[in-house]
Design a protein around this ligand. Structure first.
Ligand code: ADP
Ligand code: MG
Length: 583
């Protein structure tokens, strides 16, 4: 067969691996063992304990379009994972493939296929099931071999495949070994939430809600993190449709919608969602590798996901705020109309933020809104305001609302400050200045902290150790799947080192290797700033609030947070008067 065409099914080790594991699942395996060498470039072996292949079918399995699974119905009706009868012949045409199989009580047989040349059957001593070994992928096809990446990135892609398939099938046991090391061993018959937590993050085990929703013949099930458990990227959100891992942008948008009231816009929950729907509702054949889907009714699926997540969070005691950002500014307007039909004239925001009042989230999407806090508006008696203080552009702190916003009185109006956004900005500006001056202070941790991450994430961080050191983070590799932090930037104070390192790994993954040093340093600094700043939800003393206001006044760019949103807004006296129809 045409070896270049084989590339449509097999692009890289991970795509061959996917086909082999899916064949094992189709064969009813209870356990699947995957062994990789050099990210699969040197070798891939997949062994299953499924029903095996009859002796007379062995050679057939390596012939093109010799699937045993083609159903009589239309192609969309296909329920098994593989159906094209192309995977084994394609892989065999561009590698040295060994196929060994034994059915229940019968004997075992092995067949070799060396770049398309099939050798005669020979007996093989083995347990019932099937074992496929692939070596030297694309060795004879330089045109494709040169598109393969480093063992490190090929391994990352393989790990992603095994992870997704193992999440999809928590009833099946999975063992993964790479270069002689056991990466994980998952027993068969696991609960889905245990399986997902083991594969994404062990801490998820104590920080999740269970999702379960049925609607018009469609069911949604899964595991989603509490809003307090989040990551810096949406990479840890998995979607499965009819048991098959898929990638669909619909998921990211729907998840964002569901968590909008509880989680900062730049943070992402961790989750795995499983949609089960009638086969005619979804087209899985959009992409040859079947990782993309097309829903007949995407709006309905999006609605399912949003409702399923909201309901699960609701039941877990999360209070869903019923107003989104945009509507909160209307609230002010409506009051104004009630008093007297007078349109609200948005006041320009003060300082470099520039004219942001109209679009500003007056009540943002901060965490504090969900966590079941009682209304927490608070105004402490403050010492008499010194005369010169009236000149402070951001005014004097008068109180705190929702443990998230500082209310200040300025000479010309009322100022609201988003404490987290503002502080984050200040920390970043301090960090940038220290970086520019070449003196980022670091603080040794009392006890070095071990942060567990998967191997590709550790590799990415390891490759950036000198840059991170420049930013004050002293970190080193600690075995295959962990990093050791010895010192953190002093600016960050006692912040959550583990969370910081995980976010950095996500950032580095999102950015890729191509980004410039400056861009990388900047992103890392921003991530650090986020971790080093006061969170929404923290009670601040009046002195702390005033200190924050004063620092904002003297810091460049402090009017916008690191994500481009305003950090504060001002309602001028004139505007307040208009709200009450007093003008
Ligand atoms: P497809 O899975 O699309 O049928 P493949 O090329 O992946 O095509 O496999 C060809 C055939 O080989 C399958 O139809 C099946 O009969 C057999 N086969 C492959 N792998 C296994 C396995 N692990 N266990 C049992 N049978 C297998
Ligand atoms: Mg197959």
């Amino acid at each position: 067969m045409n070896r270049i065409a084989a590339g449509e099914v097999v692009e890289r080790p991970a795509s061959a691996l996917k086909e082999l594991i899916e064949n094992g699942l189709d064969a009813g395996a209870r356990s699947i063992a995957v062994t990789l060498r050099q990210g699969g470039l040197d070798g891939i072996a997949v062994a299953d304990d499924g029903h095996g292949i009859a002796r007379e079918e062995m050679a057939l399995a390596l012939e093109r379009h010799a699937t045993s699974k083609m159903p009589d119905e239309a192609i969309e009706q296909v329920r098994t994972l593989g159906f094209r009868g192309e995977a084994l012949p394609s892989i065999g045409s561009v590698s040295r493939l060994s196929l060994a199989s034994r059915q229940g009580s019968g004997d075992g047989w092995r067949l070799l296929c060396d770049n398309g040349v099939i050798s005669p059957l020979e007996p093989a001593a083995m347990a019932p099931g099937t074992r496929v070994e692939v070596e030297g992928l694309f060795e004879r096809v330089p045109a494709r071999r040169k598109f393969l990446r480093s063992p490190r990135s090929e391994y990352a892609a393989c790990l992603d495949i095994v992870r997704r398939l193992a999440m999809a099938r928590s009833d099946v046991g999975f063992v993964l070994e790479h270069d002689g090391r056991r990466i994980f061993s998952l027993p068969p018959g696991q609960d889905r939430e245990d399986r997902v937590a083991q594969l994404i993050d062990r801490e998820l085990a104590d920080n999740h809600v269970i999702v379960a929703l049925e609607r018009e013949g469609v069911s949604l099930a899964g595991v989603a993190s509490l809003p307090t458990f989040h990551r810096g990227s949406a990479d840890h959100q998995y979607l499965f449709v009819n048991g098959r891992p898929v990638r669909d942008r619909l998921l990211v948008g729907a998840v964002r919608g569901a968590y909008a009231d509880f989680i900062a816009r730049d943070r992402h929950p961790v989750l795995a969602l499983f949609l089960t729907l009638p086969v005619e509702e979804v087209d899985v054949n959009v992409h040859p590798a079947k990782t993309e889907v097309r829903f007949r009714d995407p709006a309905f699926m999006r609605g399912m996901i949003v409702s399923g997540l909201r309901r699960a969070l609701d039941e877990a005691g999360m209070r869903v705020a019923n107003k989104a950002d945009a509507s909160s500014t209307d609230l002010w307007q409506r009051e104004a109309v009630f008093a007297e039909p007078a349109p609200l004239q948005p006041a320009p925001a003060y300082g470099s933020g520039g004219g942001a009042y109209g679009g500003a989230p007056l009540l943002g999407d901060r965490q504090a809104r969900f966590s079941g806090f009682a209304p927490s508006g608070r105004a402490e008696p403050v010492a008499p305001v010194p005369v010169e203080a009236r000149e402070f552009p951001l005014g004097i702190a008068r109180g705190q609302v929702a443990r998230t916003y500082i209310v200040a009185e300025a000479e010309d109006g009322l100022v609201l400050v988003d404490q987290h956004a503002a502080h984050e900005r200040l920390v970043l500006e301090r960090m940038r200045k220290a970086l520019a001056d070449g003196r980022v202070a670091r603080q040794a941790l009392l006890l070095p902290e071990v942060v567990e991450l998967d191997e590709p994430a550790c590799d990415r961080i390891e490759a950036r150790i000198p840059e991170l050191a420049e930013l004050g983070l002293e970190i080193e590799r600690f075995g295959p799947a962990a990093m050791l932090v010895r010192a953190a930037p002093a600016l960050l104070g006692a912040s959550d080192v583990t969370g910081l390192v995980r976010d950095l790994a996500d950032d580095l993954a999102a950015m890729g290797d191509a980004a410039s040093l400056k861009a990388r340093l900047d992103l890392v600094a921003a991530t650090m700033a986020c971790h080093g700043s006061v969170r929404a939800g923290r009670v601040l003393s009046v002195a702390e609030m005033n200190a924050l206001l004063r620092e904002m006044e003297v810091t460049p760019h402090s009017g916008q947070c690191n994500h481009g949103r305003p950090t504060w807004i001002k309602l001028a006296h004139g505007d307040i008067e208009k709200l009450f129809g007093r003008h």
